[in-house]
Design a protein around this ligand. Sequence first.
Ligand code: NSS
Length: 429
Amino acid sequence: MDYCKIDEALSKKEGEKVKIRGWIYRRRSAGKISFIVIRDSTGIIQTIVEKDKVSEKDFKASQKALIESSVELEGIIHEDNRAPGGREIHAINFRVINFADDFPITEYQSVEFLLDNRHLWLRSRKLTEIMKLKAKTLRIIRRWFDENDFYEVTPTVITLNAAEGGATAFSFKYFDQKAYLSQTAQMYLEALIFSLERVWSLTPSFRAEKSRTRKHLTEYWHLEAEEAWVDNEENMKIQEELVSYVCQNLMKEANNELEFLGRRKDELKVIEPPFKRISYEKALKKLQKKGFDVKWGDDFGAPHERVLVEGEEKPIFVTNFPIETKAFYMKISSDKKTVKCADMLAPEGYGELIGGSERSEDIDSMIKRLKAQGANIENYQWYFDLRRYGSVPHSGFGLGLERLIMWIAKLDHIRDATPFPRMVRRASP
Ligand code: NSS
């Protein structure tokens, strides 16, 4: 007989025989009987190992095995309303594959302790459900890009260009040159639209953010797209369609995960285009009216973002930021004060999900802005070539995958949206 997964065992009828394998999740012994809850990737099930029903060796093993021991067993399904899932297994044999040492994680542990033991804490129900949700989100995103004529491409993460500003770029010695870990794949995606027109990629991005907030990682998974012949307006449409598609499909495909994480389906159902657009100028006025001390040219922080999405059920776009607040590559608007860009802010105060813009085609203005940042212009000549040989209007955007998951899974901190979070004071395990 083949092994079945626990979710399948939970759908079997009284008296059916099953074979399962997994890890001990909870256990207790009472004289001649061991109650052992086993988990696998699909769920948990209670099993009962009785002294007279299995061999002496198997019973001894069931009494000795501590939590997280790996086991396999065969048994008979019994329907029992008291058991989680309404079924339990009465074992006819029980084998321990590995007797676990005393598991270091017990019920109440500090955040730091759990982060130090992340390699083990990943087995927790909550992180398991989050990782499943993330995998399903990626599956849906891939589908959307496939259906919308984008090519997936594989850019580099070793670069001489700190496209989002030197202040948050990790630098390292690349033989005898100073190189950076990529903050964005954007410049490389831009090069690829001249052959493929619509491209996207998923890469790690790195930001040496000293700000220790609940929304910042130093390494995150960056989903980026770049489109030829697309302006800032159409770029926003692509973004709102993608995000809506993810929400609508997770509702259908990630029932258990969403329920476990406390995200209600009706909250995702309303995420449909169009999303509200508000200009930076209007947003600034709104904030000033609410008593914030902000002036033209200031960037928005978490408290500002929270106020801007107050009462909103869907994400919103904040558009047309002042030139000086944004990166060198954004196209300057006809007002000569702002750039053609949009930040997508999540509802409920989860912050910026996406940064996107139409790209400048004006080499001189880009050089001026780069020089103001103290960048080495020579390293950008290849990028300017893209404007010299058949330049076209184009736009693109970057979505922080962990920000998206943080919002959808209602997480208090972005660290739980990724298995091995990298933060200011953490690079291990
Ligand atoms: O800096 S961004 O706003 N924009 C770019 O990097 C563009 N070059 C993308 C593009 O047009 N191809 O970053 C994009 C998103 C942002 O909205 C966040 O969702 C996420 O990347 N992001 C982060 N997530 C987690 N941690 C940190 N530190 C972080 N920084 C940005």
